[in-house]
Design a binder for this molecule. Structure first.
Ligand SMILES: [Zn+2]
Length: 74
């Protein structure tokens, strides 16, 4: 099981849940102290952003792409 890892595109370092971040209009997370990639739409700790914006779920826990349609012919 892999730890969730979000990298700040500005400094290339990983962002921890408790770190203050900016969320920009392209839904990119950057450290609050780093240069934003775009216009900022929200800010807070990474944890707050994850709570607030459900789309992070799919980034942090990508759906396991089970090849369900693989041939099950008998
Ligand atoms: Zn950064």
């Amino acid at each position: 099981m892999s730890e969730m890892l979000l990298r700040c595109p500005s400094c290339q370092k990983e962002v921890n849940l408790s770190e203050e971040v900016n969320l920009d209009i392209l839904n990119t997370i950057t450290h609050k102290s780093c240069e934003p990639q775009s216009s900022i739409k929200d800010s807070g700790t990474l944890e707050e952003m994850i709570d607030k914006y459900p789309f992070f779920e799919s980034i942090l826990h990508p759906l396991a792409d089970e090849p369900l349609e693989e041939e099950q012919s008998k």
